[in-house]
Design a protein around this ligand. Structure first.
Ligand code: SF4
Length: 204
């Protein structure tokens, strides 16, 4: 959306591991090669696939309680196999969090085609993500902002006004959740990502 949102409050917690700018900065400040970032994200994706990739009895509850990224032990062991420096693997969990979104609600349609997720952000606002499974192709529709500046009278989001934009890491984490959920029910992770049409009533 082209509408510039107000700045939301900074999250006081450790930065998200999905925040590539913070990760790149941290690697440089701590004397690690910035090029490790590609191995870290490849390892992270493998860790999500391995951890949630087989139908898991506790998958649904675990994702609700623990988030979309596997525990640090699973992440570290995958990253270790990528031959990242030992010091980096030891420091990472003390410098980053495994995400910032809390999954507060999940609604699965009775035909299994659509799943709606409601997330609470660190500043108390809520956003939605929708997973759509059509012809074995899964698409995830992510939110990019809280509220909407357009103010269409018929729309609940519009009555909020624009609160602010999500960070890139908050958008990426919605995709990570959708991947964990799809994998935990024996499906492939989403291959398409689209953005909710907030602020684009004329095109949406
Ligand atoms: S543009 Fe879309 S999200 Fe924004 S107020 Fe209008 S209908 Fe709601």
């Amino acid at each position: 959306c082209a509408m510039a949102g107000r700045r939301r409050a900074e999250n006081p917690a450790l930065p998200s591991l999905l925040d590539d700018e913070k990760l790149s900065e941290w690697l440089q400040v701590n004397g690690f090669k910035e090029s490790h970032i590609a191995s870290i994200y490849r390892g992270l994706f493998r860790a999500v696939q391995q951890h949630f990739g087989e139908e898991r009895a506790g998958g649904r509850e675990e994702i609700q309680q623990e988030g979309a990224l596997p525990p640090w032990e699973a992440i570290s062991s995958l990253l270790g196999s990528k031959q990242l420096p030992r010091g980096l693997l030891e420091l990472l969990p003390h410098a980053f969090s495994r995400g910032h979104l809390s999954l507060v609600d999940r609604l699965d349609s009775s035909d299994g085609v659509t799943t709606k997720l409601v997330f609470q952000l660190h500043d108390g606002h809520r956003v939605e993500t929708v997973i759509m499974n059509h012809d074995s192709r899964t698409t995830v529709c992510v939110s990019s902002q809280v509220g909407c500046a357009m103010g269409c009278k018929f729309c609940a989001t519009g009555t909020m006004g624009i609160i602010g934009n999500l960070t890139a890491a908050e958008v990426t984490e919605q995709v990570a959740y959708a991947s964990a959920i799809e994998l935990s029910r024996g499906r492939s992770p989403p291959r398409n990502v689209v953005f909710m049409g907030m602020g684009e009533a004329e095109t949406g």
